[in-house]
Design a protein around this ligand. Structure first.
Ligand code: NAG
Ligand code: NAG
Ligand code: NAG
Length: 352
């Protein structure tokens, strides 16, 4: 074999390896969508937030008085390819008569809200219905019979009220009965695993037969992801249902992460970090998620949004969220905003 043959042979191996890995990476062909940088594009945002009438106050930054608009005009430019624009009508046609469910915490609610706006604004005068019963919200585009559900569920595994107290059961996932029969599922859990004291919504963690007052939170998180993975392998029919895991969404409370004074939070940030590298720490939870996903037999795609979101120190509500001046929010994201790109990546994986 001369060098060229070797090279082609190597490329073929690489391609096979990439195709094989594509169920855990955001790849269109050989392009990794999780690496890239943010560029100004005057044709963005994908919709004007004032034309989406049901945005929750928490995410509605422009309505809450955010003065700058530059942050709306950034487009994610992957290093290896272009990310095609989100096409809402194409999305509606593909999911005509079908059901999608998002399951997770308020970062999931952020992504769900973004998708409802992306779909509602994709054509003039679409008819929608939005209802909520218990933890489940239902958004319907009636013209296409497309349902986009949201199940508010911070841990995926069960949190139950018993006489002893509130118990987080790492090995139990009874709530999963609400997720069956969907055509697409998008899961997420992370932020609540580190909450302590008043913010911690449980009194005990149950692992096997043990009832613990506390344990290593990263280990608890990984165990719960294992339970969830078991659910995916036993309850999901991969010929009917696509499964995604929304990756770790980072926050921006510490300016030293992006080479500014530590006291600088996301407030007043009007531009992303330039370039493709974030100076601060990469969240260790991502490795745990990747390890857990690699153990699942059924196809599950990671929406690897961590790096692109790390670069967006300008994308949070800050004081233009639900808490106003008293509730600095550098965790959630403005709508329109960064979660539109998460959904753009989701869409491109679906169509590729
Ligand atoms: C919206 O959905 C709810 C629950 O399915 C239903 O009761 C209600 O009639 C619907 N509203 C409209 C205007 O279609
Ligand atoms: C759990 O039980 C406590 C009292 O034991 C009660 O105050 C609380 O509302 C219950 N929570 C839920 C979600 O049922
Ligand atoms: C901010 O980050 C720096 C370095 O990344 C760290 O040393 C410091 O403890 C952090 N401060 C807070 C308040 O978290």
């Amino acid at each position: 074999m001369d060098f060229r043959v070797n090279c082609i042979f190597f490329h073929r191996l690489l391609l096979i390896a990439l195709l094989h890995l594509s169920n855990i990476h955001n790849c269109i062909g050989a392009c990794d969508l999780s690496e890239g940088s943010w560029v100004i594009d005057p044709s963005y945002p994908l919709y004007d937030a004032t034309t989406c009438p049901f945005i929750e106050k928490e995410f509605n930054c422009q309505k809450n008085g955010r003065p700058d608009q530059n942050y709306l005009s950034y487009r994610w430019q992957p290093s290896g390819c272009d990310l095609p624009r989100f096409d809402g009508l194409d999305f509606l046609r593909r999911f005509e008569g079908k059901s999608i469910m998002f399951i997770g915490d308020s970062l999931t609610r952020d992504q769900w809200q973004s998708l409802t706006c992306l779909l509602y604004t994709s054509a003039p005068n679409l008819n929608y219905n939005l209802t909520r019963v218990g933890m489940i919200s239902t958004f319907t585009i009636k013209d296409y019979g497309v349902n986009v559900f949201l199940d508010r569920n911070a841990f995926l595994v069960d949190l139950v009220n018993e006489t002893k107290g509130r118990i987080l059961k790492l090995d139990s996932i009874e709530e999963g009965k609400n997720w069956e029969g969907m055509n697409m599922l998008v899961f997420n859990t992370w932020h609540w695993w580190n909450y302590r004291n008043a913010h911690q919504p449980w009194d005990y963690i149950q692992v096997g037969d043990l009832l613990l007052k506390d344990m290593d939170r990263m280990a608890a998180f990984e165990r719960a992801l294992g339970t969830w993975g078991g659910w995916v392998d036993t309850k999901v029919d991969p010929t009917k249902t696509m499964v995604f895991f929304q990756g770790i969404s980072p926050n921006h409370y510490n300016g030293s992460d992006w080479n500014e004074p530590k006291a600088n939070q996301c407030q007043g940030q009007t531009t992303p970090v330039s370039g493709s590298t974030y100076p601060g720490q990469y969240p260790p939870a991502v490795a745990v998620v990747k390890r857990a996903l690699s153990k699942i037999q059924n196809p599950v795609t990671l929406l690897d949004v961590t790096t692109l979101s790390l670069l967006r120190k300008d994308g949070h509500p800050s004081i233009y969220g639900i808490g106003g001046a008293n509730g600095m929010d550098c965790t959630h994201w403005c709508i329109a905003g960064v979660p539109d790109t998460w959904n753009q990546i989701l869409y491109n994986i679906i169509v590729s």
